[in-house]
Design a protein around this ligand. Structure first.
Ligand code: NAD
Ligand code: AHE
Ligand code: ZN
Length: 375
C-alpha cells in the first residue's frame, strides 16, 4: 500500500536568526529504507541554536531543526525490518548502519551510510526532502528534524526503545546526556582516581560530571563563568568550582597549580576555541587528555604550542559521546529505567511546540538545562 501525505504542524526556520514559524507542513510517506515517526516530545539543544544562528556551514534554510526527541513509528517504507508502526523510538542524528567502513572499523561510532545526505538536508534515496509547504521543499536537519509533529528519517537512524520508558524524559537520550556520559566512558575512558576538569556546566558538562563520578574520579573540577551553576553541579558530581572571572592568571595556570601539575582528563563543553586551548593546557604533562565536545562556529580554529602535544598531552574529540546509536541508545534507556543514570534532573522546563521561540529564549538564560516541548 502506498502511504499518504500527512499534514501537520512544524516549526520552520525560514532564515537564519528569524523567529521560527509554526506552519502546516506536508510530510511525504517514507520511501524504501525510511521511517515516518510521530514525534511526541522534543528537547532543544545548543546545536539547534548554533545552526539557526547561521554559523553552521551545513545550515540550510528553510529547514526544520531539532534532533533530541522521542516518538512512535507511524509507518515504514519498503525493506524496513527493524522497526514497525507502533514502536517507541528515538531518532538518532548519528546513524549506525553496521555495514559501512566506519561501522565495521570497530574504532568509531561515526557512520558513513547517510551522512552525505543528512549534511545537505535531504534523504539518500532521491536526494530530496520529504517536507514541503504547498509544494515548496523544506530542508531536513541532521537527519532528524524533530521540531515537527511527523518526521521522516533513515532506518539506520532509529533506535527502538522500551515502550514503558516515559518519552517526555528519554527524548534527552537523543543527544546531550549520552554525549557527556560517553565522552567520559567511551572517548576519554576515565579511570577511577582520576582528576577531571569540565569547562561549561550546561547539560553536556553536567553529564560529563555524572559520567566522571560513576567512573570513580577523585576530583571533578567544574569551570564556568556563571557562578550560579555550581550549586546544581554538585548534585551531578562536581566537587570543586572555579570561575575564571575570579582569577587574574590564565585559567589553565590556576588549574595546574591546584592539581600538582594538571588534570588527567579535561572536557570542553562550550564550543569556545580559546577555552579549548585552556582545556588542553590544564592537562598533566605526559598523559593528560583533553576531549573537545563543544561545537565551534564556522571559521573558528584551535591552536596551542605543538610542545604541549610533544610533551604527552593528547587532544581528542567526540560526537554523540562515541556511542553506537541504534545499539546503545536502547541500553541507555534501560539504564535510566533501572535508575543507573539521571535524565529527569536535566529537564528544567516544559512547554509546547507553539512556544518554541520562548523555549529558545529560555535556553540562553542561565537557569535552563533542557526544555522539553510537547508536540
Ligand atoms: P550550554 O550552553 O547549556 O552550556 C554551556 C555552559 O558553558 C554554560 O553553563 C555557560 O555559562 C558556560 N560558559 C560559556 N562560556 C564560558 C567560558 N568562556 N568559560 C567557562 N564557561 C563558559 O550548552 P550545552 O547544551 O551543555 O552544550 C554544550 C556544547 O556542546 C555546545 O557547543 C553544543 O553545541 C555541544 N554539543 C556537542 C555534541 C557532540 O556530539 N559533540 C553534542 C551535544 C552538544
Ligand atoms: N554541521 C556542523 C557540525 C556540528 C557537529 O559537530 N555536530 C556534532 C553533533 S552536535 C549535537 O548537538 C556531530 O555529531 N558531529 C559529527 C557529524 O558527523 O556531524 C558544523 O559545524 O559543520
Ligand atoms: Zn545536540
Amino acid at each position: 500500500t502506498v502511504g499518504q501525505v500527512i499534514t501537520c504542524k512544524a516549526a520552520v526556520a525560514w532564515e537564519a536568526n528569524k523567529p521560527l514559524v509554526i506552519e502546516e507542513v506536508q510530510v511525504a510517506p517514507p520511501q524504501a529504507g525510511e521511517v515516518r515517526i510521530k514525534i511526541l516530545f522534543t528537547a532543544l539543544c545548543h546545536t539547534d541554536a548554533y545552526t539557526w544562528s547561521g554559523k553552521d556551514p551545513e545550515g540550510l534554510f528553510p529547514c526544520i531543526l531539532g534532533h533530541e526527541a522521542a516518538g512512535i513509528v507511524e509507518s515504514v517504507g519498503e525493506g524496513v525490518t527493524e522497526v514497525q508502526p507502533g514502536d517507541h523510538v528515538i531518532p538518532c542524528y548519528q546513524a549506525e548502519c553496521r555495514e559501512c567502513k566506519f561501522c565495521k572499523s570497530g574504532k568509531t561510532n561515526l557512520c558513513g551510510k547517510v551522512r552525505a545526505a543528512t549534511g545537505v538536508g535531504v534523504m539518500m534515496n532521491d536526494r530530496k526532502s520529504r517536507f514541503s509547504i504547498n509544494g515548496k521543499p523544506i530542508y531536513h536537519f541532521m537527519g532528524t528534524s524533530t521540531f515537527s509533529q511527523y518526521t521522516v528519517v533513515h532506518d539506520v537512524s532509529v533506535a527502538k526503545i522500551d515502550p514503558k520508558a516515559p518519552l517526555e524524559k528519554v527524548s534527552l537520550l537523543g543527544c546531550g546526556v549520552p554525549t557527556g556520559l560517553g565522552a567520559v566512558w567511551n572517548t576519554a575512558k576515565v579511570e577511577a582516581g582520576s582528576i577531571v576538569a569540565i569547562f561549561g556546566l550546561g547539560t553536556v558538562g553536567l553529564a560529563v560530571a555524572e559520567g566522571a563520578k560513576t567512573a570513580g574520579a577523585s576530583r571533578i573540577i567544574g569551570i564556568d563563568i556563571d557562578s550560579k551553576k555550581f550549586d546544581r553541579a554538585k548534585n551531578f558530581g562536581v566537587t570543586e568550582f572555579i570561575n575564571p572571572k575570579d582569577h587574574d592568571k590564565p585559567i589553565q595556570q590556576v588549574i595546574v597549580d591546584l592539581t600538582d601539575g594538571g588534570v588527567d582528563y579535561s572536557f570542553e563543553c562550550i564550543g569556545n576555541v580559546s577555552v579549548m586551548r585552556s582545556a588542553l593546557e590544564c592537562c598533566h604533562k605526559g598523559w593528560g587528555t583533553s576531549v573537545i565536545v563543544g561545537v565551534a562556529a564556522s571559521g573558528q580554529e584551535i591552536s596551542t604550542r605543538p610542545f604541549q602535544l610533544v610533551t604527552g598531552r593528547v587532544w581528542k574529540g567526540t560526537a554523540f559521546g562515541g556511542f553506537k546509536s541504534r545499539s546503545q541508545v536502547p541500553w541507555l534507556v534501560d539504564k535510566y529505567m533501572n535508575k543507573e543514570i539521571k535524565v529527569d534532573e536535566y529537564v528544567t522546563h516544559s512547554l509546547t511546540l507553539g512556544e518554541i521561540n520562548k523555549a529558545f529564549d529560555l535556553m540562553h538564560e542561565g537557569d535552563c538545562l533542557r526544555c522539553v516541548l510537547e508536540m
